[in-house]
Design a protein around this ligand. Sequence first.
Ligand code: SF4
Length: 360
Amino acid sequence: MLPSIKDLSYAELCQWLAQQQQPAFRAKQIRDWLYKKHATDFNDMANLPLTLRQTLAENFRAFTLTPLKTQEASDETVKWLSQLGDGHTIETVLIRTPERNTVCISSQVGCAVRCIFCASGKQGLLRNLSAAEMLDQIILASRAGGRLVNNLVVMGMGEPLHNFEQLVAALKLLCAADGLGLGARHVTISTSGVPAAIRRLADLQTPWNLALSLHAVNDEIRAKIIPPAKRSPLEDIFTACEYYTQKTKRMITLEYVLLEERNCRPEDASRLADIAHRLHAKVNLIPCNNDSGPCQAPDAELCERFLKLLLSRKVHATLRRSKGKDIQAACGQLRSQTPTGKSARGVAAATPAPPENSRE
Ligand code: SF4
């Protein structure tokens, strides 16, 4: 499998071009095509000599994704199933509203965290995505909209902070003036809570937004939602989040999937309000998106009641209306699969039925 051209730094690209007896200014031309014009084929790079285009194509891939299937939901949300160079598949979602286009990208194939409501978790971790594979999802969605998306959430398949180096490399290129050029404040990284990685991210002091997928107000309840292997104690996560806020001055969002009979009692709302106040965080409530399996969404009335309890405690809270549910594009519904909709690995099919949620 050829490497992606996006894996080369600017200096490395200049060096490669020098080996081909090409002037250094070609590097800027190539990066303009990749990041400003969202080119996915070296042949489209019209101001490069034909021989250089051919040599590039013999040595690199301009685009790492082969879209296999595109689905559009009744609310105009679009979901792509794409194949990677090694045959694995991932999903990417474009959420369109009158105000903005938000792309939700995957950071891994599958996920090791295995939250019980999540389709990605059912598959286990197959591998990390490269920075190029993450950037190419943004380019895929931007090409569909005819211009760069306004907003990025890393909430698709995978725990992004388990793929720290590649995630940061991708986001730096995304936000660089000579990269895709998206403002850092329009980027949100969603994590199930990896304290050491949250601290590393904080130390970069880049104003990316952080969303913590909390889902439970104490370790005992959380243990029934996130298996122990990749779950850290809440207190460690909270202190890391406080450090993040202190370093980046960004307000954290607490994502809270409402799961019937698991985490939505009035006392849970009260404790959640305490946590939100402690972390100076806002709360995003997400009714569980699957209608089958071990987790169900509470009825709409209970969701509203839970929201009102938070609001009565002066918490900045919203109840999210999930988009793209009819094409399995809502939070927690993304997974590796074949174009006909089968799970890409037997693991998922053999696992008893859990549902979905949280587009992490
Ligand atoms: S919700 Fe996020 S962290 Fe949990 S299994 Fe799914 S992708 Fe992984």
